[in-house]
Design a binder for this molecule. Structure first.
Ligand code: C2E
Ligand code: MG
Ligand code: MG
Ligand code: MG
Length: 282
């Protein structure tokens, strides 16, 4: 009986695995065509300068308008894209679209447009030999000024091979673009790379902001990171601000750049432009 039961289990498991595999192959096939079919969408989330609460910059965040499943968030397709190598094409699309959108915005409204746009790069990206050429090409074809572009990398990327990474990032910075460490504080945090790697921006991960109000220890930790960044001459952006209390507290703590649902969710460029024009701002 035990044997039969075991066998039944195995069959259930197997057909479940089979379904998952088919589902994955199906998604992969559709994702492969998504770029050509024009199914990717560029969303931007404002990064707000404090204490005045003006838009300083925007972060480009990709979405996929999957004809079968509707609008997909990056968490549901970026891992698959990384696994299959499709990420290179997606990131190239996002880079171009983001540069183009912000350049047009700056041309239309020089005073009211963001001063920079930041674009996320996957870990594998730093290993692409022509990354610097690609970035230079996106800047040249869109006309966006290099100092208006920030490339966001996570700590995990930076820890791979410090020497290679530093050389690659130096190349990028020679173009005039800026480098941000995304999700700062969540990786294999080492102060070594702040010494060895050329960075311009720290983005403090939102896990440090959840529960910030009322937690003295966490406040001291965030204060210390703000101070460290500012002492090193870096821009520090705090991510994940969801409440007015958090925003006020961070402002008092000397935070100069903030990002989060409370200040604006990721949305199409046109929607953000309209919202800014309508003055519906925090
Ligand atoms: P990330 O770069 O750390 O982006 C911030 C994520 O936090 C975004 O999720 C954003 O919507 C979310 N977020 C912003 N404010 C808040 C808040 O107040 N509360 C909460 N709970 N969440 C907030 P999203 O758009 O789902 O992107 C997730 C991740 O996917 C990004 O994390 C980034 O690592 C990656 N990603 C997004 N777009 C791209 C892309 O074009 N290329 C690559 N390689 N990765 C991307
Ligand atoms: Mg990011
Ligand atoms: Mg982030
Ligand atoms: Mg994050």
């Amino acid at each position: 009986a035990a044997k039969a039961y075991g066998k039944g289990c195995f069959q259930v498991f197997e057909s479940h695995m089979h379904e998952q595999l088919l589902d994955k192959l199906d998604s992969e096939a559709r994702l492969r065509d998504a770029v050509h079919r024009g199914e990717l969408r560029l969303h931007v989330q404002p990064v707000v300068a404090l204490p005045g609460r003006r838009v300083g910059g925007v972060e480009a965040l990709v979405r996929w308008q999957d004809p079968e499943r509707g609008l997909q968030q990056p968490g549901s397709f970026i891992p698959l894209a990384e696994e299959t190598g499709l990420i290179a094409e997606i990131d190239r699309w996002v880079l171009f679209e983001a540069c183009q959108a912000v350049k047009r915005w700056q041309d239309l409204a020089p005073e009211a447009s963001p001063a920079w746009v930041s674009v996320n790069l996957s870990a594998v990206e730093l290993e692409i030999p022509d990354l610097t050429d690609r970035v230079a090409y996106a800047l040249a074809t869109t006309g966006l000024s290099p100092h208006c572009l920030v490339l966001e990398l996570t700590e995990t990327v930076l820890m791979r091979d410090l020497a290679v990474t530093a050389a690659r990032l130096e190349e990028l910075r020679e173009l005039g673009v800026k480098i941000a460490i995304d999700d700062f504080g969540t990786g294999y945090s080492s102060l070594g790379y702040l010494r060895d790697i050329p960075v311009d921006v720290l983005k403090v991960d939102r896990s440090f902001i959840t529960g910030l109000v009322g937690n003295q220890r966490q406040q001291e930790l965030v204060s210390a990171v703000l101070q460290l960044g500012h002492t090193l001459g870096l821009k520090v952006v705090v991510e994940g601000i969801e409440t007015e209390d958090q925003l006020q507290l961070l402002t008092r703590m000397g935070c100069r750049y903030a990002q989060g649902y409370h200040l604006g969710r990721p949305e199409p460029v046109a929607t953000l432009i309209e919202r800014l024009a309508a003055g519906s701002w925090v």
